[in-house]
Design a protein around this ligand. Structure first.
Ligand SMILES: Cc1cc2nc3c(=O)[nH]c(=O)nc-3n(C[C@H](O)[C@H](O)[C@H](O)COP(=O)(O)O)c2cc1C
Length: 184
């Protein structure tokens, strides 16, 4: 299977997640075509692509503009293949029902805006990289973390991503994409 992985990051965690997906795909005899939506190639060829994985982080209630722009520009090609979305957020680290409702709205808004509707969405918990934030971000993230009962000690960084759950999600997608491609 040849899988297109489109991602964007602001603080680096979604790049790590995209890198993990790339390794996982390759370790399981698949090919990965990586696109960083912030520095995309001039053209996109969907020929030979069996499926699409898009990954992006939630920042202040939305996904990064370069990712939204890129997916919107190519929504027709992308919709011609089975696709899934990996949404990265701090909310996904918690179990507050209201916050999850908001998260589902945020991902639905992404699809409304871009015209790209994935067959499923995986909510991956992201990271708090306090030691890398400037003063404003540190202050803002401390407030967000407090709201989510996440750690607020800004002397340390925290990673919440469940790599095993991500692998299971990718496995399920590969099976679905194989079936759609008639390779099962
Ligand atoms: C400025 C800023 C705003 C954020 N806003 C939200 C938010 O609205 N909701 C949420 O669940 N997480 C929010 N987060 C948490 C990020 O989604 C999380 O840190 C993620 O790992 C960032 O991914 P990235 O490193 O790929 O940018 C925010 C993080 C930052 C730095």
């Amino acid at each position: 299977m040849r899988i297109l992985v489109i991602y964007a990051t602001v603080e680096g965690q979604t790049r790590e997640i995209a890198g993990h997906i790339e390794r996982y795909l390759k370790d399981n005899q698949n090919e990965a075509v990586m696109i960083d939506a912030t520095h995309p190639p001039e053209s996109l060829s969907i020929d030979g692509i069996d499926g699409v994985i898009c990954a992006g982080p939630v920042h202040v209630g939305t996904f990064p503009a370069p990712l939204r722009r890129y997916v919107q520009q190519h929504s027709r090609e992308l919709m011609s293949r089975p696709g899934v979305f990996v949404s990265v957020s701090l909310t996904a680290a918690g179990d507050e029902a209201g916050e999850w409702e908001e998260l589902n709205e945020i991902t639905a808004n992404f699809s409304e805006e871009t015209g790209w509707w994935p067959v499923s969405v995986h909510h991956a918990a992201g990271a708090l990289k306090y030691t890398e934030y400037d003063f404003f971000r540190k202050w803002m993230l401390k407030r967000i973390a407090d709201k989510h009962d996440a750690p607020t000690d800004t002397k340390h960084d925290y990673e919440f991503t469940d790599w095993g759950a991500l692998d299971m999600f990718i496995d399920g997608f590969l099976k679905d994409a194989l079936a759609v491609a008639g390779k099962l």
